[in-house]
Design a protein around this ligand. Structure first.
Ligand SMILES: Cc1cc2nc3c(=O)[nH]c(=O)nc-3n(C[C@H](O)[C@H](O)[C@H](O)COP(=O)(O)OP(=O)(O)OC[C@H]3O[C@@H](n4cnc5c(N)ncnc54)[C@H](O)[C@@H]3O)c2cc1C
Length: 323
């Protein structure tokens, strides 16, 4: 389909961006790698695209002395993958950014747009009348659901397609939002709260609000951390299942799974505590991996994801063992 006409509004500062985004027909623009496709597919019909890339500091990656960091919303995925400071302090994030799609996508794509990108479900993207397209049901639930969710708190069974989001969840990042009432900070789970029940978007962003930065706490730096992604082919694909793991410098463990839900999926804290204690033998590791996926509800064609997740979890438990 041809791209519909739109007004291009390069926001000069945050106030300008908020003012422009308050219009019902306006939408935020990062690299446009997802948005322009969604417009061509007629999934969204914005009249104005508010480009956030020229906001002061929007491209900046600021590493602070205490180990924390502030990443501007328009920082490019390629820059996150290549930044020596990110690679040293937060290798899981650098690896996840490097795992995104293709070099072209990483060069254009921004971290804000990556987090707010829409699901890749083929019913949704195909414009079929699924829940996210204004229908009442999820067409994947009883249809072609090979790549869909194992955990869903609502009607939609799509998964969130982002690699960086999984790493950021394990690193306990938060997002800075800028809107009509000023600046606020949200956890990632609060940003995506109720994503599978919300029809028109996945985030809890209010009208006029945008993600202005991603914030990494000091505890995210260092320790043992990595990101691992399983795909149907060797490269240039979305994850079937992925995992980010972090043994923090203080010994606490955080593990997040991607490709299994439309919200960041953190493994339950009791499992993370057992991994932090360490000394797990093979039987305990098997039992914990099974327990982590106990609440999974596979659909007809995606049961393989349970096995993939358990395999990644077993590897993570061995790798994070403090002994
Ligand atoms: C072929 C293909 C393969 C891909 N493979 C992967 C992959 O393997 N892993 C992966 O993680 N991603 C993958 N992607 C997604 C790609 O990384 C995203 O398209 C990209 O990250 C989105 O970034 P962008 O800056 O271009 O966002 P845009 O396209 O500009 O925006 C995407 C959405 O986010 C909103 N938005 C943008 N910026 C903000 C902001 N600051 N605040 C609030 N909302 C905002 C827009 O309104 C829009 O709804 C793939 C995409 C394609 C097309």
């Amino acid at each position: 389909m041809p791209l519909q006409p739109f007004i291009y509004h390069p926001a000069s500062d945050s106030a300008d961006a908020v003012h422009a985004l308050r219009a019902r027909t306006a939408i935020a623009l990062g690299g446009g790698t997802d948005l322009l496709g969604a417009m061509k597919e007629s999934l969204v019909h914005p009249e104005t695209l508010v480009d956030l890339r020229r906001l002061p500091g929007a491209r900046d990656i600021a590493l602070h002395d205490d180990g924390s960091a502030r990443i501007g919303c328009a920082a490019r995925l390629a820059d996150l993958a290549a930044d020596a400071g990110i690679a040293t302090r937060y290798p899981a994030l650098a690896q996840a950014a490097a795992a995104v799609g293709t070099p072209q996508l990483r060069t254009m794509g921004t971290i804000g747009g990556n987090l707010a990108q829409r699901p890749r479900c083929w019913y949704f993207r195909g414009g079929l009348p699924c829940f996210k397209n204004g229908g009442t049901d999820c067409l994947a639930e009883k249809g072609e659901n090979h790549y869909h969710a194992l955990f869903t708190g609502g009607t939609c069974h799509a998964v969130h397609p982002s690699d960086p989001l999984v790493a950021l969840t394990a690193l306990e990042a938060t997002v800075e939002l800028t809107g009509t009432s000023g600046v606020r900070t949200l956890t990632l789970s609060a940003l995506f709260d109720g994503a599978s029940q919300r029809a028109t978007g996945e985030t809890t962003l209010a009208a006029g609000e945008f993600i202005s930065a991603v914030l990494l706490p000091a505890t995210a730096a260092g320790g043992e951390q990595y990101y691992e992604k399983l795909m149907q082919r060797g490269a240039w694909d979305f994850a079937t299942v992925s995992l980010a793991a972090h043994r923090r410098a203080d010994g606490a463990v955080r593990i997040a799974l991607g490709g299994v839900s439309l919200t960041p999926y953190r493994v339950t804290s009791s499992i993370e505590e057992d991994v932090a204690t360490g000394g797990l033998d093979d039987d305990s590791i098997d039992a914990l991996a099974e327990r982590a996926m106990y609440d999974a509800k596979p659909l007809e064609h995606n049961g393989y994801k349970v096995w993939q997740a358990q395999a990644l979890l077993r590897r993570a438990m061995r790798r994070l063992d403090p002994r």
